[in-house]
Design a protein around this ligand. Structure first.
Ligand code: P53
Length: 475
């Protein structure tokens, strides 16, 4: 049994990481427009608006906004069947609160999707990929406020109606579960637009904001199905399976409890209800979460058709002696795994973990799966003749595709497609660098923003073309 005939090979990106043109054609300021540049050692900062003297790499991205035709042509040359990107909320509703959408923003995505479809490339669209109007953060504190649900659903419904004949595959929130890491401010701000106050209980706030997002996702899906019964609606989960550091029963249970806390989001998306372990946690910690009876009905109605997920790495965990309740704190509890390699940015490279994850999702949800991100961030060297020999990237992808095929052929996983991350070099989400590259296509831009923006084909470009041509048989 090999991959299905209509397997969706492609690549993935996100609006704010490549479009640039951050204030063009009526676009409003998004939270990623106030993220400064960082590097492998330093996190990016989120400033209070755009400040003079700071560098904001997403303002220019790789200028995809003006060059998308050339870039899609290159994707078509590789044989892409699909292209995953996101819609910048702020191009459609600049502050989130307008009554009427911004026509030039809508038109941009019409043009982009038309270009894809001309080449037979299916758009796979995320509604909110780590961004939201900055105005909603200032006014409501981001997803702290129930008001955000209606504003998001308005945005989603506008997109579903407008692109009904162009987009068949939707996802609501990118890596919604990354905010479970509530001691990492970067991931919480990007997921939910929340900056914590010094005296608040972060964990409780995180559960509240996450609940509003889960309700917003379900409401959007429920509406989306009425607008386009043929479309398929998915969630998007950042999958980093958490292994026990040893076979001590305590480590095994610790890993299991950590998985519950990092992946209950998928339970809610797929089952339409909270798992008992999260409700028990809220009770033990006396968290008062605003969950109405109507919310619970909505969650049931808005379950997903498929699970989209990213896979880059696995985690490992050991139980700390003092942690009597097996409470998982992602920012402090992970340990390094001596059995796997590490990328230059410290991400644990583990291709078997992808097969493990595909099995885990299938056992738990019995839904079709879609690997919507996977890849290796690496430094590339451009040779004098313009070639780029990225064998490390090819090796990473080959190993992961092999494991993905085994999950299909040996384990019976129902897999819709595979879209490696950053199919064209773009701004790194976590560090804001250009130097952390994932692409098959090199973009001449440096961390400091200089460069010609010229596109060059890496060795992996030619390799991936053959992979797609042979439907994964030639690796
Ligand atoms: P960069 C954590 C774990 C796995 C994936 O990341 C993650 C994160 C957040 O840091 O993010 C996804 O660019 C995300 C993309 C991002 C990509 O992984 O930091 O969906 O927006 O660019 C790669 O190397």
């Amino acid at each position: 049994m090999s991959l299905r005939e209509d397997f969706l090979w492609g690549g993935a990106v996100a609006a704010h990481q490549l479009e640039g043109a951050y204030d063009v054609d009526g676009k409003g300021l998004s939270i990623m427009d106030v993220a400064t540049a960082g590097d492998a050692q330093h996190h990016r900062l989120f400033t209070d608006g755009v400040l003079k003297g700071e560098i904001y790499p997403n303002h220019t991205g790789i200028d995809f906004y003006h060059r998308y035709k050339e870039d899609i042509r290159l994707f078509a040359e590789m044989g892409f069947k699909c292209f995953r990107t996101s819609i910048a909320w702020t191009r459609i509703y600049p502050t989130g609160e307008e009554n009427e959408p911004n026509e030039s923003g809508l038109q941009f995505y019409d043009n982009l999707f038309d270009t894809c479809l001309e080449y037979g490339i299916e758009p796979v669209i995320t509604l909110s990929h780590f961004e939201m109007p900055f105005a909603l953060v200032k006014k409501y504190g981001g997803w702290r406020d129930r008001k955000l649900i209606d504003l998001f659903v308005k945005f989603a419904v506008t997109c579903f109606k407008r692109y009904r004949y162009k987009v068949k595959y939707w996802m609501t929130f990118n890596e919604i579960n990354n905010q479970a890491n509530y001691n990492n401010i970067g991931s919480v701000y990007s997921n939910s637009g929340i900056l914590y106050n010094s005296d608040e209980c972060r964990e409780q706030t995180m559960y509240q904001a996450s609940h509003y997002e889960l309700v917003a996702s379900a409401l959007a899906i429920d509406q989306g199905r009425k607008i386009d019964p043929d479309a398929r609606f998915g969630c998007m989960i950042a999958m980093c399976p958490i292994y026990p550091a040893t076979c001590s029963p305590e480590d095994v249970l610790m890993a299991h409890k950590a998985m519950q806390k990092r992946y209950y989001y998928a339970d809610v998306h797929a089952w339409g209800e909270y798992p008992a372990n999260i409700l028990a946690l809220w009770k033990r910690k006396q968290y008062e979460i605003d969950v109405t009876k109507e919310d619970l009905d909505v969650l049931k109605r808005g379950v997903v058709d498929y699970i989209g997920f990213s896979y880059y790495m696995s985690f490992a965990i050991a139980k700390k002696e003092r942690n009597i309740n097996y409470d998982y704190d992602e920012a402090h509890d992970l340990v390094s795994n001596p059995f796997v390699a590490m990328s230059d940015w410290g991400w644990q490279v583990d291709s078997i973990g992808l097969r493990y994850s595909l099995n885990w999702f299938t056992d738990r949800y019995r839904l079709p799966l879609f690997i919507v991100e996977n890849g290796l961030g690496a430094y590339d060297q451009v040779e004098e003749d313009g070639s780029i020999h990225d064998s490390y990237r090819i090796n990473y992808l080959r190993d992961h595709i092999q494991q993905m095929k085994l999950a299909v052929s040996e384990d019976g996983v129902d897999l819709m497609g595979y879209t490696p991350w950053g199919c064209i070099d773009l701004v790194s989400f976590s560090t804001g660098e250009m130097d952390k590259r994932y692409g098959f296509i090199y973009v001449d831009k440096k961390n400091d923003g200089t460069g010609t923006l010229q596109r060059l084909k890496k060795d992996s470009f030619y390799w991936y073309k053959k992979v797609i041509e042979s439907n994964g048989e030639i690796l």
